[in-house]
Design a protein around this ligand. Structure first.
Ligand code: TPP
Ligand code: MG
Length: 339
């Protein structure tokens, strides 16, 4: 593997800004939110062979929040499944890289985009492996938190526990937003971890933009899966738009793409300030030499998310993230029982 997880996450973000910019494609906020989860999985956790995409022992991966397809396309290209040059065709007519995830690409097991189905298919994969006595691989699925509004998610959650699918790991990208507003202003999730626990799952709660916390959580799932005999969900508290300040926690960037001018220049310039060593930007190797600045009326700090409507009784995202930063101790029924 060529990249460590920090490098891969940066490359995913940089590709995604370029891909959405070139195509006028949407969901950049959702892509930036999940980039660290995808990067840690592909850099350090999952077993796969780019030269043999259908290798029977590969870990299965489903990006159930398929609108963040650019994240997985960028990761697959960077780890060698297809040339990075093809990323530029994203969202274009005739491209294999459709806006939502397509299984026409090597390395993709399931097309997604219609929310709510990924966990059910992941359950089927994990159940089939169990029935076959095949312990060679695990099944990973990443869901959005708004996606958890879908009833099918909870039917699958019951199934996974009933059949003790401890070869299944779900990650919920808990950025506290969906397409038009905060989750809590759309359909209340309240304490999401408690809900999964009530459905019988092991629950780890972490900061999902923190690579150390992600590594620790995946290592812990692996170390304990024979003891717990349960499926595990990692509730990964993230920030929608993470990595580009004016996109963070601003719902505008669910559908808006970085336009020519200060939006594109500002995003690239900011990413360049965070670039890990050992990585070259494939599009603007020296950053943007003279970035266009926002003009009056182009306020990048506009509050498009109506945070005035945030109610104090909703779970407060940042406080919960800080409480869990760097650890995955928050909630783990099996561990509590053992103690
Ligand atoms: C079944 C279905 N209904 C509606 C949509 C439209 N849609 C696309 S993204 C999105 C919001 C998803 O929110 P969340 O799961 O929290 O993902 P995030 O973008 O926050 O990561 C919606 C409603 C869809 N893709 N599928
Ligand atoms: Mg969300």
């Amino acid at each position: 593997m060529k990249w460590n997880s920090e490098q891969l996450a940066w490359l995913i973000r940089r590709h995604a800004v370029e891909m959405t910019h070139l195509s006028g494609g949407s969901h950049i906020g959702a892509i930036l939110s999940v980039a660290d989860i995808v990067a840690v999985l592909y850099a350090d956790v999952m077993h796969y062979r780019p030269e043999e995409p259908d290798w029977q022992e590969r870990d299965r991966f489903i990006l159930s929040k398929g609108h963040a397809g650019a994240s997985i396309y960028a990761a697959l290209a960077e780890v060698g499944f297809f040339p990075t040059e093809e990323l530029k065709t994203h969202y274009q007519d005739g491209s294999r890289l459709s806006g939502h995830v397509s299984h026409y690409l090597p390395g993709v097991d399931l097309s997604t985009g219609s929310l709510g189905h990924g966990l059910s298919v992941a359950c089927g994969m994990a159940y089939a492996a169990k029935k076959d006595g095949d312990t060679s691989h695990r099944v990973f699925v990443v869901l959005g938190d708004g996606e958890c509004d879908e009833g099918a998610v909870w039917e699958a959650a019951l199934f996974a526990n009933h059949f003790r699918l401890n070869n299944l790991v779900a990650v919920v990208d808990h950025n506290h937003m969906q397409s038009l507003d905060f989750n809590e202003n759309t359909l209340e999730l309240e304490d999401l971890g408690a809900k999964w626990r009530a459905f019988g799952w092991n629950v780890l709660e972490i900061n999902g933009n923190d690579h150390e916390a992600l590594h620790a959580a995946f290592a812990r799932v692996e170390a304990e899966r024979d003891d717990t005999r349960k499926p595990t969900v990692i509730i990964a508290h993230t920030v929608k738009g993470y990595g580009v300040s004016f996109m963070q926690n601003d719902i505008l960037w669910h559908y808006r793409f970085p336009h020519d001018g200060w939006e594109y220049d500002g995003a690239v310039a900011e990413l360049h300030r965070q670039k890990p060593s050992g990585v070259t930007d494939p599009y603007t190797p020296h950053g943007v030499p003279a970035p266009v600045r926002p003009e009056v009326g182009d306020d990048p700090n506009d509050d498009h998310t109506f945070s005035r409507t945030w109610h104090p009784r909703y779970p407060e995202p940042m406080r919960r993230v800080e409480a869990a930063v760097g650890s995955c101790e928050a909630v783990h029924p099996a561990a509590e029982e053992k103690a």
